[in-house]
Ligand binder design. Sequence first.
Ligand code: NDP
Length: 483
Amino acid sequence: MTDLALWFDPSKCLINGEWVAPIKGGTLPLYDPSNGAEIGSIARGTAEDIDAAVAAAEAARSGPWGRMSAAERGRILMRLGRMVEERVDDLTRIEAIDVGKPLKQARADAVALARYCEFYGGAADKLLGETIPYLDGYTVYTLREPHGVTGHIVPWNYPMQIIGRSVGAALATGNTCVLKPAEDACLTALAFADMAKAAGLPDGVLNVVPGLGAEAGAALTAHPGVHHISFTGSVGTGIMVQEAAAKNVVPVTLELGGKSPQVVFGDADLERALPFLVNAGIQNAGQTCSASSRILVHRSVHDEVLERMAARYGALQVGPAMADLDVGPLISAKQQGLVSGFLGMAGDLETAAQGVLRDAPNGGYYVRPTLLAGVKPHHPLAQKEIFGPVQVVIPFDDEDEAVAIANGTDYGLVASVWTQDGGRQMRLARAICAGQVFLNNYGAGGGVELPFGGRGKSGHGREKGFEAMYGFTTLKTVAAWHG
Ligand code: NDP
């Protein structure tokens, strides 16, 4: 593990403030996506470790954490945010190696993690209840209370950001947490939990159990001691998580990705739009739930947009994370296979342009960014989430058709509209079915302050922003009769 220079042992879980070896599971190999080399091992937590973590989280509810003021919880989170800031370089290096992210993209995630801690630290003591006018002789008010033990299943694409937004909001509102990071990317989760301990988070409030989804993940989602589950990942696994939670009648937040469109009208400021059109598709090698994988372009500017996007694609450089190019490897050989399989479906579609590999080691999980043109809205590549650096360009003739195509998938996570016509901006912002609509910009993965979540197969519930504070609390109504 010398390359990683870790200050903790990733072959252990962090439960009740102690680093402990998995009770039964042993370890799993850890791979570097940039070259495919095995570089260490991580804990393979199983149901037994999840039991211990949930018990620790339950016990921590009645410890100092349960009696702590919201302001003090917030102070701990803000202290943690400052510690994250101080270690941004370490977190950047670890994430770049573990996930294959170019350094500047890994750094952006570490900075966002610090910002989530700051945001939710500041928000902790600003969550208010209401008084409700009722019958004569009554005073009625509401309390926002933590669910209790919250389970967090975090994927491999943005570990730091997703931990920040879900664990940050859960802690700010007084929950205790069990976090199951992805087997392909658990290092920054462990680093974060270790820093949280140093920041003064009481033992047992944040527990981390790395391991396989089908083992540790499934055990966490089915655990009767868990009171809320936050899941980010695929639709198929999200359905399993919701089914497991339903058996315990436990609420879930599901964030399941998308097929997010950017809609470009003839009057768009193309100079401004072009970088957003491409970056929103290739950021993190397209492995972004809110990636924009469909570019809908009015026929009057279609050829110009395609040509200018193609020029950008041709200049994209792909290589190892530490070379800090435009695009890194995919997370795993499995993901490389999935994306290559999708590209194999392109058939007679026009490949408008591809990025170039630069010093990409054999064995790394690389896929060349690919821009496809002449794509019909119902083609599988315009319908299915590819989760790789692939965008399709689709022409449209008028506003109604643009809306129909934009809404014509199973998903509804993010969209953007590029036009200078204010009325059209307002109409499309309402007509498009998505959790976020950007006008003349696009925020793939960004926006700590902005409520985020989907409709349709993109999931339900909202994380990020203040809205997440409602999701991580349950409302109690108190009706006092005093005559
Ligand atoms: P999964 O949905 O299977 O994985 C997401 C998380 O769920 C990981 O932490 C995983 O753990 C865990 N998990 C897996 N199985 C279970 C289970 N039965 N119960 C509870 N948790 C479980 O996605 P994949 O990693 O397999 O990626 C496949 C596809 O999913 C991608 O191509 C992409 O389309 C989509 N995806 C979407 C993401 C998003 O941000 N919306 C993020 C990641 C993937 P582990 O990895 O250890 O198995």
